[in-house]
Design a protein around this ligand. Structure first.
Ligand SMILES: Nc1ncnc2c1ncn2[C@@H]1O[C@H](COP(=O)(O)OP(=O)(O)OP(=O)(O)O)[C@@H](O)[C@H]1O
Length: 287
């Protein structure tokens, strides 16, 4: 896959159309319980390359609906690469190439007829550093609606609803026309979350959303993520294992070289992982 839209993904011989609804997990499945009943996203033998370097190796994973799934592992193991492959943000990296399959509701997002922009309407993203626009609070959230073509009807009502869902409304209700840049870091991140949820996506991808925040702001974001999972499917990359243990339902552990080693209920991963290497990582023997 390249930024200019050319897809170089390979298509398996057993699946010449590039799409299959059964999405059977292969022998390459990680340890643990990688299959879930209510999966919204399924990756099957997903490889990602940057030029000649392979960043992900045959990732097989089911992501359950309306739960928080945490992606953890040491630096450079491919967590962000996997996250970005879900809504094809890797398309924006010239040298990135994807092999294998990534299903969203049983549709392979790498099929030729999938429009990545439309896909990102359904699968929104929040980044590590809060990145509000130099616009008013109202316009920051309304921008999310405009970009997604959902600025028909009552924009103000939608802005209010998104700010409320992002647990920010009470703090900014009287200053909707002030700049988003005047908010604290934690408020800016909740503003970005409001912008992401305003168009009402199904899935929210979060790449270390609290790593730039102080403990109080982090705690608010963690509470918010747990609340969001009542309505949305949340996938979060975090370096903070306590955070993963606190807020996630499922945890995927990637280890060096871009391998998904174990996937299971979060309690199981933190209390009784199957892999010795995962146990060593969880207990801080390497990081
Ligand atoms: N845009 C890029 N161009 C080239 N190589 C990249 C790019 N992004 C990531 N990589 C490489 O892919 C591998 C996985 O990186 P990735 O950022 O996905 O890991 P990560 O687990 O999220 O790391 P971290 O925890 O440090 O953010 C690394 O070797 C990295 O150097």
């Amino acid at each position: 896959m390249t930024a200019n839209g050319g897809s170089s993904r390979s298509v398996s011989a057993s699946d010449p159309g590039g799409s299959r609804s059964d999405a059977t997990m292969t022998d390459n499945a990680p340890l643990g319980s990688p299959r879930v009943d209510n999966a919204v996203i399924k990756s099957r033998d997903l490889d990602v390359y940057y030029g000649d370097d392979q960043a992900l190796h045959g990732v097989n994973m089911d992501i359950p609906e309306r739960k928080v799934t945490a992606l953890i592992g040491p630096s450079g193991c491919g967590k962000s690469t996997f996250l970005r492959s879900i809504n094809r943000m890797n398309d924006l990296i010239d040298i990135a190439r994807v092999d294998g399959d990534l299903y969203f509701h049983d549709k392979n997002v790498y099929d030729d007829d999938v429009d990545p922009v439309a896909l990102r309407r359904k699968i929104g993203m929040v980044f590590q550093k809060p990145n509000p626009f130099p616009k008013s609070i109202r316009d920051n959230v309304a921008y999310g609606l405009r970009v997604q073509g959902k600025d028909d009807g009552d924009v103000d009502e939608k802005v209010h609803t998104a700010l409320e869902r992002a647990a920010l409304l009470e703090e900014v209700e009287d200053q909707l026309d002030s700049s988003g840049l005047d908010l604290s870091g934690g408020q800016q991140q909740r503003l970005c979350i409001a912008r992401a949820i305003a168009p009402d996506p199904e899935v929210i991808l979060m790449d270390e959303p609290a790593s730039a925040l102080d403990p109080v702001a982090t705690s608010k974001i963690e509470d918010l993520i747990e609340d969001l999972a009542e309505e949305y499917t949340v996938v979060i990359v975090t370096h903070n294992m306590q955070q993963a243990a606190r807020i996630s339902d499922k945890t995927a552990v990637f280890l060096t070289g871009g391998h998904l080693v174990e996937f299971d209920d979060t309690n199981k991963i933190f209390e009784n992982p199957e892999s010795d290497r995962v146990e060593d990582y969880i207990t801080g023997k390497f990081g």
